[in-house]
Design a protein around this ligand. Structure first.
Ligand code: FES
Ligand SMILES: [Fe+2]
Length: 404
C-alpha cells in the first residue's frame, strides 16, 4: 500500500503537458507498479497469425517478466496461455516459435494438448484429476491477421478497435505474408522513455536523417504533413483506390493512412520500394503508410511492399527490450524480390539511433537536476496522448485497489 501511495503522490504531482516526475521513470517500485497496472491489464500486440501457420504451431514470448505461450490447436484455433507448468511451475516452452503435436514440460515431462488440456502425467496417484490441471488461459483476439493478448481477467473491450481498424488493415493481406526478418534490441532506458520516443518525431530531423527522406518528420497529429493540399490530394487518390484512410481511434489505439514525402512510396533509405512482390498491390503500392499504435507498447507501419512492427517490453526499471519484425508477401523470394539488408535498413538504423537517444534521455532524467519539462503540443501530441493515457490507467488501478 505504501508503494501505491508514493505512486499516487507522483501522479498527483504531475503537471499536465509536462514530462513525468523523475520517480515514474527510474524507480524500481514504479517498474513493479507498471507491470501490474499497465502491462497486466492492457491489450498487447503479440504478433501475427502467420507466425503460427498450422495446427501444432506455437510461439512463446515474455511480457515483462511473465512467460506467455500462443498455440494453434488441431482444429486451427488460436489460444494463449501462461507458459508455466501446472505441476511445479517450470516454463514449458523457451521463447521462440516451433511446432509440436503436444507441449511437453522439460522438467518432469507433463504433456499438454495445444488446446491446453493436460494429456499425460506419469506416476501420479489414482485420484489425480488431469482435468483440473489445464494450462492457465489468457485472453487472445485477432484482427485482420494481427494477434493481441491481455493478461487481465476482465480485459478492455476489444470490439471497437477491431470494427474500426480491420477495414484499414485488411487490404494488406496479412494472411499471405511471411516474416522476412526479426530482431531484438536491449535499451538501457525505462519503457516509458522508449515509448515517448516512439510517439513523436520532434527528434527525427536531426536524430534520423535517413528516416526523414521518406517520413514527414514535420507532421503534427494525424500525420498531416502541413504542405499545401497534399493530404487532400492523397486522401482523394486513396479513396478512389477503395482504401480506407481513417483516422480512427479509441482510448488505447489509433490508426491512420498518411502520405509519405513527395516521390516516396516506401520507408526505405531512398523512398523507393524494397520488395518487388507487393503485400498490397492496390495503386501499384503507392499508398502512403498505414500506421497504427496500441498503448502501452507497440506501433506498426504498413506500406505497399512491407509491414514493420515495433514492440517494447519492460525488463527492469531502466531496461526495455524492443522487438522488431518485418513482414513481406509470402511469395516474395529473398535475393530476387527483396534484399533483407535493404528491407530492414531504415527501421533497423532508426531503432539503433532511438536506443542511443533513449539511453541518453534516461541518464539525464536520473540527474538530481531533472525537472519535468513542457512538451510541444504541435510536435509531441501523440506522446502527450500516451502519457495522459498512462496516468489515467495508473490512477484507475490505484482507485480500484481501494483507499491507500
Ligand atoms: S514442473 Fe513441469 S512437469 Fe514438473
Ligand atoms: Fe526516433
Amino acid at each position: 500500500m505504501g508503494r501505491l501511495r508514493s505512486i499516487e503522490a507522483m501522479l498527483k504531482a504531475r503537471k499536465p503537458g509536462h514530462s513525468l516526475p523523475q520517480g515514474l521513470y527510474n524507480d524500481p517500485q514504479t517498474y513493479e507498479f507498471d507491470l501490474r497496472a499497465i502491462f497486466a491489464r492492457s491489450w498487447l500486440m503479440a504478433g501475427f497469425e502467420i507466425e503460427l501457420p498450422k495446427p501444432g504451431s506455437y510461439m512463446a514470448l515474455t511480457v515483462g517478466p511473465w512467460p506467455v505461450l500462443l498455440t494453434r490447436d488441431r482444429s486451427g484455433r488460436l489460444h494463449a496461455f501462461h507458459n508455466t507448468c501446472r505441476h511445479r511451475g517450470a516454463q514449458i516452452c523457451p521463447d521462440g516459435k516451433g511446432a509440436a503435436a503436444r507441449l511437453v514440460c522439460p522438467y518432469h515431462r507433463w504433456a499438454y494438448e495445444l488446446s491446453g488440456e493436460l494429456a499425460h502425467a506419469s506416476r501420479m496417484p489414482a485420484d489425480f484429476d488431469p482435468a483440473r490441471r489445464s494450462l492457465g488461459p489468457i485472453h487472445i483476439e485477432t484482427l485482420a491477421g494481427t494477434i493481441y493478448i491481455c493478461l487481465a481477467d476482465d480485459p478492455p473491450d476489444f470490439a471497437p478497435f477491431r470494427e474500426a481498424f480491420a477495414p484499414l488493415l485488411a487490404p494488406h493481406d496479412l494472411a499471405n505474408a511471411k516474416v522476412a526478418f526479426e530482431c531484438t534490441l536491449v535499451e538501457k532506458g525505462n519503457w516509458k522513455l522508449v515509448i515517448e520516443n516512439a510517439r513523436e518525431c520532434y527528434h527525427c530531423p536531426t536524430g534520423h536523417p535517413e528516416l526523414s527522406v521518406a517520413f514527414p518528420t514535420g507532421a503534427s497529429a494525424h500525420f498531416d504533413p502541413d504542405e499545401e493540399g497534399r493530404t487532400e490530394a492523397f486522401n482523394t487518390r486513396i479513396a478512389a483506390l477503395g482504401l480506407e484512410i481513417g483516422p480512427v481511434e479509441g482510448a488505447w489505439w489509433q490508426a491512420i493512412r498518411f502520405p509519405l514525402n513527395e516521390g516516396c512510396v516506401s520507408m526505405t533509405p531512398d523512398g523507393k520500394p524494397s520488395v518487388a512482390k507487393l503485400m498490397c498491390p492496390t495503386g501499384d503500392g503507392d499508398i502512403g503508410s498505414l500506421r497504427w499504435a496500441v498503448e502501452p507498447n507497440s506501433f506498426c507501419h504498413a506500406t505497399g511492399d512491407f509491414l514493420f512492427m515495433f514492440s517494447a517490453m519492460p525488463t527492469a526499471p531502466q531496461e526495455t527490450v524492443v522487438t522488431a519484425k518485418w513482414l513481406v508477401h509470402k511469395d516474395a523470394v529473398e535475393g530476387r524480390d527483396y534484399d533483407v539488408e535493404r528491407l530492414i535498413a531504415l527501421w533497423n538504423g532508426t531503432n539503433f539511433q532511438d536506443r542511443d537517444l533513449v539511453e541518453n534521455n534516461q541518464k539525464g532524467v536520473n540527474s538530481p537536476g531533472y525537472r519535468p519539462g513542457p512538451y510541444s503540443p504541435d510536435a509531441e501530441s501523440l506522446l502527450m496522448r500516451f502519457v495522459d493515457w498512462y496516468c489515467v490507467r495508473a490512477q484507475a488501478f490505484i482507485d480500484e485497489a481501494g483507499p491507500v
